[in-house]
Design a protein around this ligand. Sequence first.
Ligand SMILES: Nc1ncnc2c1ncn2[C@@H]1O[C@H](COP(=O)(O)OP(=O)(O)O)[C@@H](O)[C@H]1O
Ligand SMILES: [Mg+2]
Length: 157
Amino acid sequence: MSDVLNEMRVLLPSQSVNEAVARRVVTAFAMQTDPTACELADIKTAVSEAVTNSIVHGYRGTKGNIEIIMRILEGDIFYIRVKDRGCGIKDVKKAMEPLYTTASEEERAGLGFAVMESFMDSVSVRSTVGKGTCVTMKKRILSRSLVRAGAAEDERH
Ligand SMILES: Nc1ncnc2c1ncn2[C@@H]1O[C@H](COP(=O)(O)OP(=O)(O)O)[C@@H](O)[C@H]1O
Ligand SMILES: [Mg+2]
């Protein structure tokens, strides 16, 4: 496993307002990797989908905590884990299929996992019915290495 260069853990109760709080906290932590606006937007969107899922599906009709662990890994990799102790998912493979939703009456599009997968480099989901769900995502932040490569290039000229 890559070395952990920095880490932050946050525990938020499952109020809907905390989706926005999570996005802001993640932004504050991710800034140290010097992401482009686009990379940051991707991370924020993916995190927002995972946290929203914990609130609306995991803790449907109940309340609980959402634990968010963020890490900066060696190699400019942003790592995030969103964990709830909610109802869990019976069939993770099916849940991750685009357009699959168990909340169509609420006009949910069933695209949350698809969004996470397209905006992050990797997404893995572990879930146990009655115990909860844990979504782990990683994204390589390219801008910094590009800037460094560019600077080295400039020095040569
Ligand atoms: N944290 C979670 N706890 C319980 N079920 C979840 C969780 N996250 C996702 N799911 C299940 O996976 C389905 C697909 O999720 P998603 O792709 O985000 O679509 P949507 O949220 O629009 O339904 C959800 O409808 C729900 O049944
Ligand atoms: Mg969703």
